[in-house]
Design a protein around this ligand. Structure first.
Ligand SMILES: *Cc1c(COP(=O)(O)O)cnc(C)c1O
Length: 426
């Protein structure tokens, strides 16, 4: 990419950006704030504020319990079917429920139990050390629950940035029950080739479970096409669902009748409002609901998903690639000489929508950015400053500004004033 480092060039890129007007769809009450954390907590869409006002005053306030049959009861399915379009799934293959961690727990156990029921004795799970810790914790917890009946193989990244596909393929054998990976790694932004890994797992007779939390809404995902078995994902990152908004899960259509939810709550019962004493699973994906959904948080997801569908995931991906390329070009010209290293893949095909820059003073530089420069990236220990570019609202001007301020923080040694103590939430 032939990039100039001057501000006029950034402005010209913004002017040529056909998605630029979507920025106006978001609450921007602090115009001098540069927000580069949309991969951790997306911005609030204005439409969501209006939607929530209606949910509170009309639905809850006036309609009360009648609102359950006026949209609330079906919301996990209707909103799930919209998210399905973003992950290359059929409408009836995706439902919104619980948190990503809880969905991950349900699907891993369901997959292992299904294999047992089919007579399989496979007991190995393949994952990697770039995976999101919660997923690894859940796998460890399931290992404890099964009292030693499970073997976890954690493939190591040679450089902390990416994992060669060959290393995953080599770890999959005839004892492998499940391969589960984050599609896009939360720290480096490394992105797996879903069809390739899925094919390798299937050829060895194993199932795959993708965690697409750091991909959904930023890059196209094709789950059905390559017959991926299972997936989970988060809605408060690029999907802008709001803090703690419920997650989604995907199960390939033909597997649904065979998979049982290990948390057999009444919302997954075939007819919950009959209040029968015995559990009988719903015939469709609703069986993967457990208790009453968090309705207010759930309906907050929808306006942003609608915006994304309108913008189009292919166009969002094209902008995201152009923006991460631009950021990397600026890093090379301005920040590399100051001791910043690129801690993300160089090849855009293997990269999601965030870029990590490592610096020995990363934590204090991050503090200086947040507290003095009004730039909000993310920090991931030990030294990664993570810049999330959300193509729906991040501008080229934001990226340019962040890089220039990073330069100032380092050349003027502004970070020296800040503590090396880790804050509770980063
Ligand atoms: C953010 C994220 C999660 C979040 O899980 P929660 O249960 O919502 O806290 C899970 N997996 C990945 C890969 C993530 O990036």
């Amino acid at each position: 990419m032939d990039v100039r480092v001057d501000l006029d060039y950034a402005r010209a890129l913004d002017e040529a950006d056909e998605l630029a007007h979507y920025r106006e769809e978001f609450v921007l009450d602090e115009p001098d704030l540069t927000y580069l954390n949309g991969n951790s907590l997306g911005r609030a869409p204005k439409r969501t504020l209006i939607r929530m006002q209606r949910a509170l005053t009309q639905e809850w306030g006036q309609r009360l319990i009648r609102a359950w049959s006026e949209g609330w009861y079906d919301a996990p399915v209707t909103i799930g079917s919209k998210i399905a379009q973003l992950i290359g799934a059929r409408a009836d293959e995706c439902i919104v429920a619980d948190s990503t961690s809880v969905n991950f727990f349900k699907l891993v156990l369901a997959a292992l139990r299904m294999l047992r029921a089919r007579g399989s004795r496979r007991n190995k799970i393949v994952t990697d050390d770039l995976n999101f810790p919660s997923d690894l914790y859940i796998l460890q917890g399931i290992g404890d629950l099964l009292e030693g009946g499970l073997r976890l193989e954690v493939v190591k990244s040679p450089d902390g940035i990416s994992v060669p596909h060959e290393a995953i393929e080599a770890a999959i054998d005839e004892d492998t029950a499940l391969v589960t990976l984050s599609h896009t790694a939360f720290k480096s932004g490394f992105t797996y080739d879903i069809p390739r890994v899925t094919k390798a797992a299937h050829e060895a007779g194993a199932l795959v479970l993708w965690d697409v939390s750091h991909s959904v809404g930023a890059l196209p995902i094709q789950l059905s096409d390559c017959r991926a078995d299972l997936a989970v994902g988060c809605t408060y990152k690029y999907l802008n669902g709001g803090p703690g908004s419920p997650a989604f899960l995907y199960i390939r259509k033909d597997l649904q009748p065979e998979l049982g939810n290990p948390i057999t709550g009444w919302f997954g019962q075939r007819v919950p409002f009959e209040f029968a004493l015995d559990y009988e699973p719903a015939r469709d994906l609703r069986r993967f609901l457990s208790g009453t959904p968090s309705i207010l948080s759930l309906i907050a997801i929808e306006p942003s998903v609608d915006l994304m569908l309108k913008a189009g995931i292919e166009r969002l991906r094209a902008k995201s690639v152009a923006q991460t390329e631009y950021l990397i070009a600026l890093w090379q010209a301005v920040l590399e000489p100051l001791g910043f290293e690129l801690a993300s893949p160089r090849d855009s095909e293997r990269r999601g929508s965030h870029v990590s820059l490592a610096h020995p003073e990363g934590l204090r530089i991050d503090r200086a950015l947040v507290e003095r420069m009004k730039i909000v990236p993310d920090f991931r220990a030990p030294d990664n400053i993570r810049m999330g570019l959300a193509p729906l609202y991040t501008s080229y001007g934001d990226i340019h500004h962040a890089v220039m301020q990073l330069r100032t923080v380092v050349t003027e040694r502004l970070y020296e004033k800040y503590s090396t103590e880790m804050p509770t939430v980063t």
